[in-house]
Write a protein that binds this ligand. Sequence first.
Ligand code: PEP
Ligand code: MG
Length: 540
Amino acid sequence: MQKISGKSVQNGTAIGKIKVYTKIGTPVKRIHVNNAVAEILRVEKAVNQAIMDLQNLYKIAVNGAGEDSAAIFEVHQMMLEDEDYNDSIRNIIEHENVNAEFAVARTNEIFSDIFASMEDEYMKARAIDIKDISNRLIHILTGEEENILSDLKEKVILIADDLTPSETVQLEKSMILAFVTVHGSLTSHTAILARTMNIPALISVPIENINELDGKIGIIDGKEAVLYIEPDDNTIEFYEKAVLEEEVQKKLLLELRGKPTVTSDGKEIHLCANVGNIGDIAFAQSNDADGIGLFRSEFIYLGSKDYPTEEEQFQMYKQALQLMEKKKVIIRTCDIGADKQVDYFCMDKEENPALGYRAIRICLDRVDFFKTQLRALFRAAVFGSLSIMYPMIISLDEVKRIKEIVSEVQTELETSGIPYAKHVEQGIMIETPAAALISDELAREVDFFSVGTNDLTQYTLAIDRQNGKLDSLYDKHHRAILSLIKMAADNAHANGKWIGICGELGSDLELTKTFLDMGIDELSVSPGMILKVRKRIMEL
Ligand code: PEP
Ligand code: MG
């Protein structure tokens, strides 16, 4: 039995088979070959195989999502048949006497660079398609497993080096018992996802030879932050009892469903859920959320191969509103950037992405892209109780510019005779110290505030939330952060506006009383935390 300690990001116990996820795209080796003709034949066979796979994917996608969504697979087939692309691979094999995989990888670099450097936004975005078809060929040539994330057949403890937000969106969540990552930080999105799903998760677990664990039995003790590999019988027996006890505790908490979130002296709090996609709404409902306090819409972009269209977004937002019936749903506009990178956005590499081109900064720069989302949101708002929230605000000018764009969008919808909601509550995230410090001015311009404590902590304490080495300095209870929240709360209330907290701190039970004393009107937490926070509030 092996016992390895890490850091816990979500309590709980899990026992099960380990599945190791290693990233696709491990560097392709350059190998000298004597028989170039044989290598060229291998490529031709791989291209044929890839085209057949794409034809199958096309059929599945047409049935599942319609012709528009399936069209990408036809485009990929055409690209795979492109003469220039195939000639390049052949030439590299013939002239350099190298293996087929290397020639495909080299061709990928050349062609995707050409597309990425094009002026036209549409052509620029095709770089990702080149990467996609090249990866497909490389997987066929190497026989490497393509993607286990969306194709898990049994419940597993998922162990990975690290998981990016775009990898987490592919996960077949019903098959995950727990997460373990070798890297990662306390507020990374893997941690947030584990809290959403209410399953144990450990980060910073120093596992050597991660691949050797695949298929072995593991136990996660989220409380003690320990991973056991191939546990002995006594350990299994001990943790089986813990799992049963946790089930009992969960059942007790479930009795709080349907009860109002009210303190013993009668103060009622709006207790909502944070979600990343439509699928998470089921977690929000089963934990009796009063509404959705944060719908991270960027996960729709992270889960797409190309910009989601207005129609696709409209359908998703409408579905979210309908699933929540008449309850309020706050959808945050796209918060891409920093740790949430999307290839087809073709963004330059930055020295300090967290302080860089992200969120509202992209939206106010790429206005057409922003308007597509706004149109979808205002159209969907007809079907329920929608509020829109804008992330990463630092100035009054940004809010004024957003209002101008919103009014243009509404005029365009009006002129085209497309139904939309005229009055939609609109608020901003307070997640930069600047926003908190000028919250008196901002409160006059918006309908509500929601405090994003994850970023507010990062920017106030100058601590990169992705850097696990700094976790010990990430003092969530720092007086500076609590003072900024209090300042924003006072300014919101002085202007007759409401304020919520949607960052992870909102579910910190040690601070629930402090937040109530500040007059915070809404807490929006991971679905798995709702009933625990309700219990705490009822006890106050
Ligand atoms: C936050 O910063 O607290 C927040 C809720 O947004 P995200 O975690 O998605 O950056
Ligand atoms: Mg944030």
